[in-house]
Ligand binder design. Sequence first.
Ligand SMILES: NC(=O)c1ccc[n+]([C@@H]2O[C@H](COP(=O)([O-])OP(=O)(O)OC[C@H]3O[C@@H](n4cnc5c(N)ncnc54)[C@H](O)[C@@H]3O)[C@@H](O)[C@H]2O)c1
Length: 386
Amino acid sequence: MKRIGVIGLGQRIAHVLAAMEESGWSLRVAGHVDPSPVGLPILAEAGIDPGRAYADPQSLLADGPFDLVMIGSPNHLHLAHLEAALDAGYPVFAEKPIVRTPKESFALARRLARAGGPPLFIGLVMRSMPLVREVIARVDAGELGELISMDATEHLHPEHGAYLARNWRRKAEWGGSFMLDKVCHDFDIFGRLVGARPARVASFGGRRIFHPGAADRPRHYEDGSPAYALRDAGWMAANDPFHSDMDLFDHQTALVHYENGVALSFHANSHVNLQERRWYLAGSHGTLVADLVRNRMLFRPTLDRRRPERLDFATRTADLHNGADQAMAADLLAALDDASRFPVTPWDSLEAGLTVMAIDEAALTGEVVDCTPIWRGLDEARGAEA
Ligand SMILES: NC(=O)c1ccc[n+]([C@@H]2O[C@H](COP(=O)([O-])OP(=O)(O)OC[C@H]3O[C@@H](n4cnc5c(N)ncnc54)[C@H](O)[C@@H]3O)[C@@H](O)[C@H]2O)c1
């Protein structure tokens, strides 16, 4: 039985723990640190005891040994919680984004480059999705030929957007940014597919949906049901998505030019009624569309007039993770037991985060950002301790 300690027992870690149980883990949560654990009802529904409540990470970690320490706190606390858990020496699972700023990324890179630390697994859960694994395998096998260009979207329904505008994710000091919290997953996969780092990025965005000037918009759907009120917004929540003190974007676009010439455009909006998360990959020899909402893939070689190949993946779930949580739980167990490698490394996670941070810098400055200094900073931090 695996003995687990939790720092930040929110909705996400509770869902991951439930998925771990579902996928065959034998586990016991020995204790947790959280001033007001939002995830307790989810754990209760899964029949998992939250263990003893500790006042701070140090007292929890002093009560080891743990087979796994899980970190699910808001993003601004990740670095401090990671450093404490890594110092304690137990294997760590931490939610994405791994950290929130370039400065934190370089500090963590220096810490990770030191020899002899425990394994660190980051919850970039899309890496474990069967659909995403298939896309990666097709690209790696050369079925698309050379990757030329891509476009991608993530469009959220109004309740999800309103949740982001009320939850701690609404403020840069806690969440980082709209894109960092939501789509570091996608940029991790794009980096993996392209096989190169971004060279230059441009981006535009704004807060034109959830702001006081739009507060007199209708608050009901056409059938009378209330809009914008899906779930408890938890730690540091604001009451009203239109009147909150949000200082982040609610929609954003980005252009990325990778070092090997691949071009990408990205579009995200948090208030749509035709939900979409879709990647369109155009290669020299084939075209692939991954529809992550419908859990479906289309592929056709470029010079082929027959019907496209269509793969429908069986699982579709309301959280849109479509079975990925259970798959990640299985990957995590296999990695802990040394049966196989976890599909994503902390270094991949740092690169995905830094890519989105460069995009945000471009949006805030209105300039095209040259990414060279960012990668130099990361490589120097890694090399300084290696
Ligand atoms: N991989 C995914 O798909 C995915 C999905 C959702 C969230 N996440 C990530 O998981 C993390 C948590 O998000 P969430 O949706 O569960 O948020 P949440 O608001 O539900 O949970 C955050 C928890 O952290 C607790 N907390 C606040 N201050 C703390 C402190 N000082 N020490 C310990 N705990 C503290 C809060 O009380 C709350 O219970 C974030 O990093 C988020 O980006 C990942």
